[in-house]
Design a protein around this ligand. Sequence first.
Ligand code: GTP
Ligand code: SPV
Ligand code: MN
Length: 587
Amino acid sequence: MTTNKTVLAWIDEMKALVNPDNVVFIDGSEEQTEKLRAEAVAIGELEKLNEELLPDCYLHRTKVNDVARVEGRTFICAKTKENAGPTNNWMDPKEAYKMLYDIAKDSYKGRTMYVIPFSMGPIGSPLAKIGVELTDSIYVVLNMVIMTRVSNEVWTALGDSNDWVRGLHCRCDIDEEKRYICQFPEDNTIISVNSGYGGNVLLGKKCFALRIASYQGWKEGWMAEHMLILGIENPQGEVKYVAAAFPSACGKTNLAMMIPPKYLRDKGYKVWTVGDDIAWMRIGEDGRLWAINPENGFFGVAPGTNEKSNFNALASTKKGTIFTNVAHNLDNNTVWWEGLDKNPPENAIEWKGNPWNGKTSEEKGAHPNSRFTAPAVNCPCISSEFESQSGVPISAIIFGGRRAKTAPLVYQSKDWENGVFVGSAMASETTAAAAGAVGVVRRDPMAMLPFCGYHMGDYFRHWLEMGKKLGDKAPKIFNVNWFRLDDEGHFIWPGFGDNMRVLNWIIDRCEGKVDAVETPIGFVPKAEDIDLTDLDFDIETLKSILEVDKDTWVKEAAEIEEHYKKFGDRLPEELKNQLNNLKANLK
Ligand code: GTP
Ligand code: SPV
Ligand code: MN
């Protein structure tokens, strides 16, 4: 436990507010965790799965109205609306505290308050930060134990410091009309009420590691980004690291754990996973950008995950994993989701809890945003640098999204400033990861639209400043799009492991080993420089997805101009100039 006065005072204050029957300090020990698992099973929060096939694995179903992040009910409670900016919902902090405290009042009555001390990042790393989450949900405790570093050592690392993030979670009645996910960046505080779903309640993840941390990074001169981190090892044994920002459900976990095509594996290429969702990055003593993954597990999208598409993610879920909102196969007490295999169970329970026959039913067995919570250590390709206190040096930053048309398979920005422009103008079709319509194109700068904890114009400015500090040591910035569609609506590019062919071009560009074609938007590969060995994919098709169509981009530039209007005078002058350059290049 702890003697930290700021922690104890806050716990006392929250205890008086929510009024629990008792308080349990979580220590992350196997003994305590096992007791909680048993209790969760006893009260029906979890179902234990087949111990032989899926040891230490459990199934959880959320309420049907509580299956994704709720962006419309997520608020940045900065002191002024202006500071939250045009892309965030804002509530006055005073009013927000009052409203939330009214909802939270006595909500733990008859329940237990769990106190979770957690570290985002390896405990004691100069890049790590500490949080304390209070929750009345065992499901949240068990997920936090997988997703973050939970232990008594966190108290030791914190000592007497007041530099920690306060997170209060109250399940209440899971009433969607009273659901609020509120961040108070100036107070290091998060309050989440009336939800039991992942990104809304595992407060270390999006609420802290992105919304609060992006604000801290701005103030303290570092970056918190919605990025995977992976290492690419070449046949000489050298490893280069890249970080990639794609919006939710746009392929971060898949890219982070990808398996290169056989001919590259035979040559000695390997991919190592450092992180699959979040990167915290600082300028190191050598002037380069160094990144850690602040998380300790993967909260991954289940549907579509299979041995072929993502072998390593599937392998990561084979022990110690919690599955949320997937189908329950009653024949062998395991789990199933769309895209796992071509053999859906006949005797099953679907994600809502009803009997389900996968062979005959029109309904889905798993929710499209069903997830697995798997320990990072399970991942067969986890990087040897995963626990590194200093992180890994980043050679390239990659932006990307789902664009049926417009964006080519890959292009390189002209320099850092142009790269910031590319990131700021990113657009992607929406997915099931957030409540609301799916498949609508929206601007999602740096994949941070739902996660930036302050004014997005200031965020762009911060990116530009970081570039100035990095100078010629700045990572090169690229954009990719795996999701181009043909006229029948099929993906043109095979994607997944074959994305390695694109990553190799990116690394070659970073090392100045390969030429490129200059276009109005940046440098695209010469088609013959993307290695298509062993792939049934003709070079003409490749050319078609590398093409930069002027008319389409004239429209795109007009849309970017519209998008930029939102930021008013906080839009950096440099980005206005970048847009003007693009328009001039397209003339
Ligand atoms: P969050 O956890 O929500 O942040 O998602 P993510 O960015 O980690 O996305 P994930 O890797 O889980 O992929 C989401 C969906 O995109 C899955 O259905 C994948 O099958 C699909 N996907 C991933 N990579 C590719 C690809 O290269 N090509 C195609 N066509 N689909 C892909
Ligand atoms: C995302 O939506 O980007 C996720 C899942 O990674 S959640 O934790 O719900 O935010
Ligand atoms: Mn994510």
